[in-house]
Design a protein around this ligand. Sequence first.
Ligand code: SF4
Length: 330
Amino acid sequence: MSTTPAVPAVPATPLLDVRDLRVEYRSRGRRTVAAVRSVDLQVAAGEVVALVGESGSGKSSAVRGIMQLIRPAGGEVRFDGQDLTTLGRKELRRARRDMQMVFQDPFSSLDPAMTVAEIIAEPLMVHTDQDRKQRRASVVEMLELVGLRREHADRYPHEFSGGQRQRIAIARALILRPRLVIADEAVSALDVSSQNQVLQLLQSLIAELGIACLFITHDLAVVRSIADRVAVMYLGRLVEQQRTEDLFDHPEHPYTQALLSAALVADPRVQRTRRRTRLEGELPDPANPPAGCVFSTRCPLAIDVCHEVAPPMRPVAGGGQAACHLVEPA
Ligand code: SF4
């Protein structure tokens, strides 16, 4: 992670440039539910950006929209200048070579009928003309990079622990040396010790290989060591974006303050310096969002205007942005 002020709050020339992304689903009653509403998000080459929010905040829908696993209802998703929303299936497949994913559940994301070597080599089969011997050499190299051994290549996923399976998933995601990895709750299903090991591994590999990463998590505590910037999502909208250190030192949005209070409750330094903000109640139904500010039904600081007018994203000190009527604009 870079903590120098040289990390821009929003990159001038992003590798991934998401503008006004909207993702909608049809509910059972055929009503349209907006899971993502007008999200702007940028990731520069080699940068690690964390997208944080509670379960149901729309993070995974945003990822699905970015990867075009669901076609967005609106907006642009530019990857290296090319708008993915305009591409056909064949062109998308080519573009996805440089955008790989690591999913949450290492138990279901790996095909139990395939050997580890077959799983890791699959992207090479799809996207390269490497022969069998070359693929085997690439797989062995990748296994060693993720801390597994060459003799693991011919075993099956069920022979491994959760942490080891996630290492296999990371090996598969990185074998093509993509330019961007999207890690969707990649450590959430693991116990704390495996979580730390897999996080450190991912962090060192993306730094070593110069890969950008969009790291999706509900747990703000895990992003401090890995992310250059953090974007906080609530009920389909981004409510704050800042450089990681700025966000942890000066969270501007009441929702971020509440997430931080919950995440850092054990840190005595934080306890001394920060007012606790408790997060009460449940996330509202995305099919029926509150009027005005999306956080108004749970915000301890809400005032009358919050229930009527949605606050726009405003620049805050340090170059970040926050969407709250009470935030002092920079
Ligand atoms: Fe709370 Fe109002 Fe700010 Fe929304 S705009 S976060 S309700 S103070």
